[in-house]
Design a protein around this ligand. Structure first.
Ligand code: T3D
Length: 252
């Protein structure tokens, strides 16, 4: 635990941090701990070694079609939902290749930084599978239909710089600066109004399926909740006193 934030490292570097059931269990437990820990105000997800995550461990994948579906229902889908629902920012530092579910795991995070050596690959079609872990939902929203279709159908790799210029990720940084840039961002997020950031995540998640009318109503509801929190009073006071705000991150 750092000052106000936690780092979670996918740690199977010899297999490019590809997912086994055990790795899923470890990651789910780490995310749940971060969610429950009130002193943790932001989460950093990264990978050990030269890769970020190569998706499903293809040596552990079941041969039964139902086993493949069950793995998604039991592990990948809850993972993506967990990250989206976590009421604090999740930053992903993509330290190397992100393939298959590994790429889509990164896209589920709130802010994605990537080392220039990183690349994003929708590897699924290459093994005759369908993009999962939210890939068919994230991609069109991030890069538009034309690019989403081509990437999903060809499995072509996208460099970190291309991903940044297409709006697929927040920023590509020099390889040797990824860790320090990520830590700087986490240190900043850990001083911010965490509960309000959690409400921002809720609003953005809901916007994907809401009408404008419904979203306007939700914004009013969430704004009322935010305005009832002590950090709002602190933000206003800090503005009036021309000083930096000292947010606690706590809810009402
Ligand atoms: O229910 C379900 O299970 C469905 C869920 C599906 C979710 C998915 O994610 S499906 C997609 C699975 N992932 C892939 O198809 C990617 C497979 N990997 C690759 O295409 C390449 O490894 C990469 C492009 C990611 C990286 O290439 P490169 O040349 O940098 O590294 P490498 O030499 O291929 O891999 C290094 C080692 O990691 C190597 O092991 P070795 O030979 O040194 O002992 C390789 O076998 C291993 N590795 C890489 N990816 C996986 C893997 N081992 C198991 N599973 C992997 N996915």
């Amino acid at each position: 635990m750092r000052e106000g934030w936690r780092k979670i490292t996918l740690n199977r570097p010899e297999k490019l941090n590809s997912f086994t059931v055990e790795l899923h269990r470890q990651l789910a437990a780490a995310l749940d701990e971060a969610a429950a820990d009130e002193t943790c105000r932001a989460v950093l997800l990264t990978g050990a070694g030269r890769g970020f995550c190569a998706g499903q461990d293809l040596e552990e994948i079941g041969s039964e079609p139902s086993a493949v579906g069950d793995l998604l229902r039991e592990h990948y889908n809850p993972l993506i939902r967990r990250i989206r629902a976590l009421p604090k920012p999740v930053v992903c530092a993509v330290n190397g290749v992100a393939a298959g579910a590994g790429a889509n795991l990164a896209f589920a995070c709130d802010i994605v930084l990537a080392a220039r050596r990183a690349k994003f690959i929708q590897a699924f079609a290459k093994i005759a599978l369908v993009p999962d872990s939210g890939g068919t939902w994230f991609l069109p929203r991030l890069v538009g239909e034309a690019r989403a279709r081509a990437l999903a159908l060809t499995g072509e790799a996208v460099s970190a710089e291309q991903a940044e210029s297409w709006g697929m990720i927040w920023r590509a940084v020099d390889d040797e600066e990824l860790a320090s840039e990520a830590e700087k961002l986490l240190a900043h997020l850990a001083t911010q109004p965490t509960a309000a950031l959690g409400l921002i995540k809720r609003a953005l998640l809901a916007s994907a399926s809401n009408t404008l009318d419904a979203q306007l109503d939700l914004e009013a509801e969430l704004q009322e909740a935010a305005a009832g929190m002590p950090d709002y009073a602190e933000g206003i006071a800090a503005f009036a006193e021309k000083r930096p705000a000292r947010f606690t991150g706590q809810g009402a």
